[in-house]
Design a protein around this ligand. Structure first.
Ligand SMILES: [Zn+2]
Length: 373
């Protein structure tokens, strides 16, 4: 027995116990731990743990205060964490979270401000312009009111929920530098995590209930409509496309070991494009028979999950259970809209390396194991 196999002993025993329980008609409640942690991460702790003088990353106390105000205003208006991220990324790009007065707007100089700028008649955290109907100078130099106006404008953008941060921000701001917003998406993410205590805030953006794993031990990786089937595109589509919304959690379809967790797009794993190659942020999970009871028929099974929004939540060598969240639906890699490209493989070599030749139809497989896509 290699040391690698030895590490699998406990999970194998658990898998055997679960299989026996399943055989007795007892529900296999694999996602129980997830239920607990899900409740926990969705509990917002607004500023509770924060010392007022604290800094977050490169941002000083007054900038962090403004970030917190933007998030609280979002909560107040019932906006999702994705909306907070768009608002924060916008304010980071427009003002670096500094309250700007404007030397050409005399009234602004009499209001509390952090800095003085001179771009048109733009003022405040979002650089909104009184002359363009955004509101009064006093309103736009109040952090909460300016954020409220930002969110209200965002709600008027049709389909903003499935846009990228940059697209949504650009639709609201009509900026000369649309791509700049994407750069701040990650920084906004960090601020949200720090200020709300939401470690995995994306899953709180939706009324998300963890899937229940069937007696076969399999579960659909997302609950979403089938966009494109297996074997389309002249036989060159080696998986299925499930049209889930951006940020929806993706779960492991069965218990196994993570073989690959990486960005495999040479152009990088930000927002994807059909000009790019590869799968973007992706995960391969090995469900091979040596990991699970002898009588199971998972011969060299593996599953692959592509185009995730951000770095997967699991790393190589990590044991994952069926139904565990491994990442979020996104649009990285060779992709033109948020979706999950999902592959099922059979007769994979012991290294867990998947190939086009090992791909089988995920729809047929999931029918067979009683966990339809
Ligand atoms: Zn696909």
């Amino acid at each position: 027995m290699t040391s690698e196999q030895a590490n699998y002993r406990l999970p194998v025993i658990l898998a055997v116990v679960m299989t026996v329980l399943a055989g007795l008609g007892v529900a296999v409640v694999v996602p129980l731990m997830f239920f607990l942690s899900s409740t926990d991460v969705c509990q917002i702790r607004p500023g509770a743990d924060r010392d007022r003088e604290s800094v977050v990353g490169p941002w000083g106390p007054h900038q962090v205060d403004h970030a917190e105000t933007i998030i609280f205003q979002g909560i107040e208006q019932g906006m999702t964490p994705f909306a907070w991220q768009i608002a924060l990324a916008t304010a980071l790009q427009e003002s670096r979270l500094e309250m700007y007065a404007n030397e050409d707007v005399p009234e602004s100089l009499d209001l509390p401000h952090d800095r003085v700028g001179s771009d048109h008649d733009s003022v405040g955290l979002f650089q909104q312009r009184p002359s363009m109907g955004w509101g009064s100078v006093a309103e736009l130099m109040d952090a909460a009111t300016s954020a409220q106006k930002f969110y209200t404008a965002l709600l008027d953008v049709e389909g903003w929920e499935s846009m990228s941060v940059a697209e949504a921000a650009q639709a609201v701001q009509v900026s000369a530098y649309p791509d700049a917003y994407e750069h701040w998406a990650e920084e906004a993410d960090i601020l949200i995590a720090e200020l709300t205590g939401l470690e995995s805030w994306a899953m709180c953006a939706y009324e998300y209930s963890p899937p229940s794993v069937g007696a076969s031990g399999w579960v659909a990786p997302v609950d979403a409509p089938l966009w494109d089937g297996f074997g389309t595109r002249g036989g060159q589509h080696f998986g299925v496309d499930l049209g889930a919304e951006r940020h929806i959690p993706i779960v492991a379809a069965a218990t196994g070991v993570v073989r690959t967790s990486e960005c495999n797009t040479p152009q990088g794993c930000g927002e994807g494009s059909r000009e790019f190659s590869g799968c973007g942020w992706m995960v391969v999970i090995d469900h091979d028979h040596y990991l699970i009871p002898e009588d199971a028929v998972w011969d060299g099974m593996a599953t692959r999950y592509c185009h995730m929004q951000s770095q997967p939540l699991v790393s190589e060598g990590e044991w994952v259970t069926a139904g565990q969240v491994i990442g979020y639906v996104g649009n990285s890699g060779d992709s033109s809209a948020p979706h999950l490209h999902y592959e099922v493989h059979q007769n994979v070599s012991p290294s867990g390396r998947v190939a086009n030749a090992t791909a089988i139809d995920p729809v047929a497989w999931h029918e067979d194991v009683g966990a339809p896509l």
